[in-house]
Structures are given as C-alpha cells and as structure tokens.
Write a protein that binds this ligand. Structure first.
Ligand SMILES: [Zn+2]
Ligand SMILES: [Zn+2]
Length: 213
C-alpha cells in the first residue's frame, strides 16, 4: 500500500456509550476501493466497533481475518450483515446468513430477514436509491440516519421514524477515508455480538450520533 494514511484524532473517551459505525463499505462493494484495514486505521480510537455492509455481498472476511484485525486495531468487526439492493431501494440487513436473491421486492426481502431473526433497516430512505415513502408500508425495524447524506434527507428520515414509532440507527455509509465514522450508533453499553446489537435496536436502546474530528 504506497499511500500515506493519516489517523483521525482520537475521539473515544469523550462518550460513555458504545459507538458502532453500522454502515461500512469495503473494496468488495462495486463502488468502493477502500480496503477494510484502511477503515480500521481511521477508526481505531474513534469508535468501538464497525459493521461491514457491502452491496449485495457478504462473508468476504473469514473469522480468522476479522479476529486478527480486531486485536491489531482495538475495535470489533461485526459481519453477518449486508446492504441489499431491492427492486425499490436499499435495505440494510443485520444478522443474516446469506444475501437474498437480486431484485426482490422490499417486503419479500424484509420477510427473509425476519425469518432469520435479522434486523431490517431502511438505508438513507429519502435519497437516491432509498425506499422513500414506501417505508410507511413496510415492516421495518429501524430507520437509518446516514453520514453521507444531507441534513434535509436525514431530518425527513428522523421525522418518519418518529411517526412510525421506530428507532434510528447511525451509519457513515463510507466508501472512502473521508466518510468513515461520520455518523455512528451509540449503544448504552458494550455489545459483543450482532445479536446483541439487534436486541438493543429492537428495544430502541440506540441513537445516531454525528462525530466531528
Ligand atoms: Zn445505499
Ligand atoms: Zn451503503
């Protein structure tokens, strides 16, 4: 890797909760060339954990690789998650074993996610490739506040979540070093697995937080 990597200022310590960037792309996404290790260098000391959510692909990192990276960079890497391109917009799925088939309808995708006890979240709903007003007709578990999108789009997402009685999570949707960790989810205490994350979100014990460096 012949490029200079500058680590962001240490952010941890200023917050009591457990910070997780729940929307991270790696070079396994068609639109990102940013490798996982570069993301971890940026976020070491900034958040406590990340969740890899590549576009329509998962399982690209073995348990051994993730454990090795965890001990090197002091933050947990949760997998078993993916950003699914449905026929009508993007859905983040947490805690599932495999990517559903391409181009299914959003309600079909959500059914599959729930059949595995996973979490179905509307990714950047009021933006290009988001579900838009369709979210009101779907059995979603949460709505995403997205670090890559405008304040207006995020305000609409927040309002929708409030009116639907759903929790919000935060994710950076990072595809490069400039976006990692911009928006993350704060949990009240340490989470050790994707299942625990799902439980906290289902109980509404989470909130999106914007980080500034
Ligand atoms: Zn997306
Ligand atoms: Zn994304």
């Amino acid at each position: 890797m012949n490029q200079t990597i500058v680590k962001k200022a240490t952010f941890r310590g200023k917050r009591k909760g457990f910070l997780v960037d729940m929307h991270i792309h790696t070079n396994y996404s068609f639109d990102s060339a940013f490798i996982l290790e570069e993301t971890l260098i940026e976020l070491d000391g900034v958040v406590d954990a990340i969740i890899i959510t590549d576009h329509d692909t998962m399982g690209n990192f073995s348990k051994e690789i993730l454990l090795g990276l965890e001990s090197k960079y002091h933050l947990k890497n949760f997998s078993e998650s993916v950003e699914i391109s449905t026929a009508q917009g993007h859905i983040l799925a947490y805690g599932i074993a495999a990517v559903p088939s391409n181009n299914l309808r959003p309600n079909e995708v959500i059914e599959i996610i729930h059949s595995e006890n996973g979490l179905a979240v509307a990714a950047h709903p009021f933006t290009l490739l988001g579900l838009g007003d369709l979210i009101y007709d779907l059995e979603l578990d949460a709505i995403e506040i997205n670090g890559l999108r405008s304040k207006h789009a995020n305000d609409l997402a927040k309002e929708a979540a409030e009116s639907m009685g759903l929790p919000c999570i935060g994710g950076s949707d990072s595809h490069n070093r400039f976006h990692v960790g911009t928006c993350v989810t704060e949990f009240p205490k340490k989470v050790g697995s994707i299942k625990e994350i799902i439980d906290f979100v289902r109980k509404g014990k989470c909130k999106p937080v914007f980080l500034q460096y």
